[in-house]
Design a protein around this ligand. Structure first.
Ligand SMILES: [Zn+2]
Length: 374
């Protein structure tokens, strides 16, 4: 099929005018450029007046529409996939929380099943393991009872259960055995500094040991102070490290987001970190890993006021970023190609390029989604 007369975001994330040919049998992009040749039998969609951008890639999402990855069953991930596609998220990594090993095992088994036999909707491209190897001192909304010391053997066991689907695992590097864990786990997937009481030096040591990602930068870690650069300063200063940003306007102030995008460039990636209340009415109470969360004015919090994930999605976050003054192309790239690259999936997804998956969104000038191809 052909999407013609479009303004599309090309592989360099510049808007270009032209047509897109999609090979429907493989769902890949077959041709790009001005005035592609098609025949009377071809399905042709005139996209005049619209823009075409890559589908969003969310590498950190716990749940939505009442379901959570740690429900530990296939249905939960199916429902997430079904909802996410309506928000233009074409690929995602269901994300586990700090939970008992048997729940993690069940969640990974469910994700594996969805990756192998895809349900309708967004595609499962991996699993993100947030916890249990984190610091109790900076647990945020993770449950303290289930936090464990860095344990590579347990990680490897879970990794094998997932059939190699784990693409990200979190670690607080300052713990005993944290660096050794990072060294060993980075042979298998991206390793992310998270829920940590590390200072600048401990974070740097973590990067030298193989950590190449930072989970929801600024949240649940030491911030940037001019004499104590903290984890944030270490991430800003080290080109090896990708940084997740929750761009719902509650987790990080817009001025800090603008600064972070300037400093990080192509290392900044947008995540939702959304929990099960995403897509459901506000004012109700919801469970997050055994803790009660209430949602008010777009903010999910524990009873003590701790932010407990978001109820946002990449589409709304990209719109927020544009409103905050981030160039549209840059905001979209941070929600598509960069997250894909951060988990080693950018050869397949993340941009509109011949040979990649034809995961594309047709949007209007306000970035409202008119059609999703995937
Ligand atoms: Zn999270």
């Amino acid at each position: 099929m052909f999407l013609i007369n479009a303004i599309y975001l090309d592989e360099f994330f510049r808007f270009a005018k032209g047509d897109i040919e999609i090979d429907e049998s493989t769902n890949t992009i077959k041709g790009l450029g001005e005035k592609l040749v098609y025949s009377a039998e071809d399905m042709v969609v005139d996209c005049s007046g619209y823009r075409i951008i890559p589908g969003f890639v969310d590498v950190h999402i716990h749940g939505c529409v009442g379901y959570d990855t740690c429900d530990g069953n296939r249905e939960a991930i199916e429902k997430m996939a079904e909802f996410l596609i309506t928000k233009g998220v074409t690929s995602f990594c269901p994300t586990t929380m700090t939970a008992p090993a048997e729940i993690l095992a069940a969640s990974l088994t469910a994700a594996k099943s969805c990756a192998e036999n895809p349900p309708a909707g967004a595609r499962v491209i991996g699993v993100n393991m947030e916890g249990p190897f984190i610091s109790e001192a900076r647990k945020g909304a993770q449950k303290a009872d289930f936090i464990r010391k860095p344990d590579f053997a347990l990680f490897k066991e879970l990794y094998d259960i997932s059939g190699g689907l784990v693409r990200l695992v979190d670690i607080a590097p300052e713990q005993d055995g944290g660096l050794e864990f990072a060294r060993l786990a980075s042979e298998y997937c991206a390793v992310s500094v998270a829920h940590t009481s590390a200072d600048y030096d401990a974070a740097k040591a973590g990067f030298d040991a193989g950590i190449n990602h930072a989970t929801h930068l600024f949240n649940a870690m030491s911030g940037l102070f001019h004499r104590e650069p903290g984890v944030v300063g270490a991430v800003f200063d080290d080109d090896r490290v990708y940084a997740e940003l929750i761009c719902d306007g509650h987790h990080i102030h817009p001025a800090v987001l603008r600064t972070a995008f300037r400093v990080l460039g192509d290392r900044a990636l947008v995540i939702s970190d959304s929990m099960r209340a995403n897509g459901l009415p506000e004012g109700e109470e919801y469970d997050l890993g055994g803790q009660m969360v209430t949602v008010k004015n777009g903010k999910a919090t524990l009873p003590d006021g701790t932010l407990a994930g978001s109820v946002s999605n990449l589409h709304d976050e990209v719109k927020n970023l544009v409103n905050f003054g981030i160039p549209t192309e840059k905001a979209i790239k941070a929600a598509t190609l960069i997250p894909a690259r951060s988990i080693g999936m950018d050869a397949e997804i993340g941009s509109i390029e011949v040979g990649k998956r034809a995961d594309v969104l047709v949007v209007d000038n306000a970035l409202d989604i008119k059609a999703v191809y995937h």
